[in-house]
Structures are given as C-alpha cells and as structure tokens.
Design a protein around this ligand. Structure first.
Ligand code: FBP
Length: 314
C-alpha cells in the first residue's frame, strides 16, 4: 500500500487497497458499486410496474428486475474481468470474457415485488475465482457483498479470510464511504426474522419455534426482503433469520447461489452461523443455478437451537 495518508472519509477503493485485495478483484467490486448507483437512480426515477415478462423461476418480473439486471450485466461486461455470471433474472449462466478471472452470481434486485410499496430492498452479489460456478461451494467465494436501498444506500462487503465485514454509505457526491468496520454477530439473539411463515401451518416444529421466540419475548423484525432482514442482524450484532421449507417450497424458498451463499459468507465472516438444517450453507455444492435451500442464519446459539428444534441434526 502506497504511503498516501488515510483520508477522513475512506472510500471503498481505498479500503480494498488497504485490505490488499488483488487489483482485479478491487476493480470488480468497485465496478459493482458503480452499477448500484445506477440502480439507485432508476429506483428514484424509473418505472416500478410489471415488465410483462417472467424470470427462470416463472416469476413475474417488474421493470426494475429487468433494468437492474441489465445495469449489472453492462458493468460486468465492460471491465472484462468476468468469465461468466449467473443472475436470478437469467435462465442460464451468461458467458462474458473467457479470460476473465472471476465468475459472479447475483440477485440484481432481491425483494423487487416490494419496490412499488417503497420497502427497503437490495442487490446481492457473490464472487468466485475462475470460470465455473456449478460445482463450486459458497465457501469458495473470494468476496460477497450486498447493497441495501433503504433510507440510506449502504454497501456491505467482505473478502473473507478473517478480513472482516465492512459497511459503506453512499454520500452526496456518489461515493461509498466507510461507515463501520468489522461488523460482528454475538452468540445470543434478541430478535427473530421468521421467513416463509406460512410453512408453520404444516410444519409443527417451525410453529413451535415461533411460539418459543414469542414466549421468550424476542423482538420480531421481518420485512419480507432478506437484504434488510439479514442486514438487521449484521447491523445490530445479533438475531436469527430463517426461511424454512413447507408445502409450497419443500427445500425453502431462497436460492443457494444468489441469495443464501453470499449472505452465509458474510454472516459467518462476522462470527455468526449459517445452516440448511444439516450443514453450513457454505458447504453445499452448487448443482444448479435455480437450486433452493432451507436457510437459517444469525447468532450461533440461536441457530443451533433452531436446527435442533426443527428436528434435523446439524
Ligand atoms: P424474490 O427474490 O422473488 O423477491 O424472493 C426473495 C424474497 O423476497 C426474500 O428477499 C425474502 O426473504 C423472501 O422472498 C420472502 O419470502 P416470504 O414472503 O415467503 O417470507
């Protein structure tokens, strides 16, 4: 790192340099942050209605799904650092530069069904080395990040390997500047975030867990978008978020590649725990881009109690 003074407001680029991120990885993360600024602008000024199309999961797309996907694809293509990417909004893996050193997975606008209700939503990104996505495990990510479009726009990233989880805020000149370093998650949860709660109607262990959290007077924090809901755990430093399988989604609703893998990487780097009920999310091989998984993340002791409570040994 050159001996230039540390600025009063540390930029994402400066922070990545200080963390000795490889130059290409730093460039890629900064480009993803640039793409997020264009997504922010479209959230302010763009159309929020239905696109009249559907994604690979046969889910109706809103205009912003399509636009945010295009914005990210453009930035990943321009920098020539990406061999291929998998997006929640694309049917197949998209090949870009065969010499690109990284493969990227992303949900361009998670929670997009909430965008016209003005709920906080986000972009989720995972980065792998090389040219393959299928066959990798989320533990092999070399970086993961999410952008949260809320009252403030924040970007939270980690390079893993004990380098910590760090949060940046988009300022008035369009720069993501450091707000908090080394976000941590304590072992005991004070809040709970029960996703896919309709599964509790037929999943008695899940229903019993929710009643336990109520009886323990834990605070409910659930918005219906996993980006602010899991961010709440990283921001507060404790909590539990889960999306449990049920009749409609036997394996859970959330996708391993674009949603659960990057968030498990960040939560475990912050000292939390992730599980699908049997193993760390980070150890589940990616077999298909549309692969779903049951997802439990957050404070270590609460995740372990939840896994036991759901009756499946870890
Ligand atoms: P989309 O990617 O289709 O928006 O679905 C993902 C999601 O919105 C997550 O962000 C959120 O945690 C989950 O669905 C909510 O599911 P449910 O409404 O069943 O709790």
């Amino acid at each position: 790192m050159s001996n230039c003074p540390t600025p009063s407001k540390v930029s994402l680029n400066f922070h990545l340099r200080k963390a000795n991120a490889p130059d290409h990885l730093r460039h890629l993360v900064v480009d993803i942050a640039r793409a997020a600024k264009y997504i922010v602008r479209e959230l302010w000024h763009g159309k929020l209605g239905k696109a009249g199309t559907s994604n690979q999961f046969d889910e109706d797309q809103v205009e912003m799904d399509v636009l945010s996907n295009q914005i990210l694809e453009q930035h990943l293509c321009e920098n020539e650092l990406v061999s291929c990417f998998a997006s929640e909004e694309e049917g197949e893996i998209v090949e870009l530069n065969p010499d690109g050193p990284y493969a990227v997975v992303f949900d361009p606008l998670d929670g997009s069904s909430l965008v016209d209700k003005n709920f906080a939503i986000g972009t989720i990104v995972g980065i792998y080395e090389g040219k393959e996505i299928i066959g990798k495990k989320p533990r092999e990510q070399v970086a993961a990040l999410y952008i949260l479009y809320g009252p403030r726009t924040t970007l939270t990233y980690s390079l893993g390997n004990g380098k910590g989880v760090h949060e940046f805020v988009l300022n008035d000149v369009g720069e993501f500047v450091l707000d908090r370093e080394f976000l941590g998650i304590g072992d005991e949860a004070k809040t709970y975030s029960p996703g896919n709660i309709s599964a509790a109607s037929e999943n008695k262990p899940y229903r019993d867990l929710i009643m336990k959290w109520i009886d323990e007077k834990k605070t409910l924090r659930y918005s219906g978008c996993m980006v602010p809901d899991v961010h709440h755990i990283l921001s507060k430093g404790n909590g539990i978020f889960c999306n449990i399988g049920g009749a409609k989604y036997p394996n859970g609703k959330l996708r391993l590649a674009f949603e659960c893998g990057p968030f498990a990487f960040l939560v475990e780097e912050a000292g939390g725990v992730s599980s699908d009920g049997k193993q760390s999310i980070l150890d589940i091989p990616l077999e298909a881009v549309d692969q779903r998984t049951q997802f439990i993340v957050g404070s270590k002791n609460e995740v372990e109690r939840t896994v036991r409570g759901l009756g499946v040994s870890k």
